[in-house]
Design a protein around this ligand. Structure first.
Ligand code: FEO
Length: 170
């Protein structure tokens, strides 16, 4: 069992991962509505990735405490342009990183070694998440967020597929 405080914090993160999935699903719908099919595809894959993160928390909490599902906030519906979508994505991922780090600090403070070990996967994952988003953002700035530059990035983002890792349900 984990402490009540830890259980509450893990459930809050489960909710935030579900909210993250919702944010990206809304971005996917918005991108599709403005004709950016490649962006829509990328955000749909990102949505699936967040659902995988949420299920990791769900399964871990089921093993060590009680799952408490809360209301999920309504995500933003519209964005000015593709650049703003990725600026917001980077900000969002930085917030996820901060929350995961806080969770890990709590696990260390409580000498909860199992939870700390569980969180290491997310600590590594966030390094990758932020780097990937930053790379796309840089590309958009470099190629231009309109015209041929946008067309090129849109095509590239259209090739992303989501493949859950072998330990996705661990
Ligand atoms: Fe679940 Fe993108 O962090």
């Amino acid at each position: 069992m984990v402490s009540d405080k830890m259980a509450k914090a893990l459930n809050a993160q489960l909710n935030f991962e579900l909210y993250s999935a919702y944010v990206y699903l809304a971005m996917s719908a918005h991108a599709d509505s403005v004709g950016l099919k490649g962006f829509a595809n990328w955000f749909n894959a990102q949505y699936q990735e967040e659902m995988m993160h949420a299920m990791k928390f769900f399964n871990y909490i089921m093993d060590r405490a009680e799952v408490e599902l809360e209301q999920i906030d309504k995500p933003r519906k519209e964005y000015k342009d593709a650049l703003e979508m990725f600026e917001e994505t980077l900000k969002h991922e930085q917030e996820v990183t901060a929350r995961i780090n806080e969770l890990a600090t709590l696990a260390i403070d409580e000498k909860d070694h199992a939870t700390n070990t569980f969180l290491q996967w997310f600590i590594n994952e966030q390094v990758e998440e932020e780097a990937t988003v930053k790379e796309i953002l840089d590309k958009l700035k470099l190629a231009g967020a309109t015209g041929p530059g946008l067309f090129m990035v849109n095509n590239e983002l259209g090739t992303r597929t989501f493949a859950p890792p072998a330990d996705a349900n661990a």
